[in-house]
Design a protein around this ligand. Sequence first.
Ligand SMILES: [Zn+2]
Length: 102
Amino acid sequence: MPYLKKENASLPWNPKRDTKVKGSGWTSTGNKKYKSYKWQQFRKSIFAERGGICETEGCYKKGNVLDHIQPVRLAPERFFDESNVQILCESCHNSKSAKERL
Ligand SMILES: [Zn+2]
């Protein structure tokens, strides 16, 4: 049953893509928000409420990322919208991010 792939564990973004995005503006504001106290509290409460398991269908790993369903750059006003966030494990989050950046 244990099927833990370690790939990408230390690489949240594709670095090649990341350099392209740098300077576009939205990441820096996003990052600031992700470090804010309000976000930490928000994240904590969602994890507590939902049990902290990855919400991807068929995936039951422990989640460690609170992901925005509608990306922040498209809907910054939904940053603290509970219905716009989902708990993801690192590998699901990585594959979702990779798709979004194509
Ligand atoms: Zn997952």
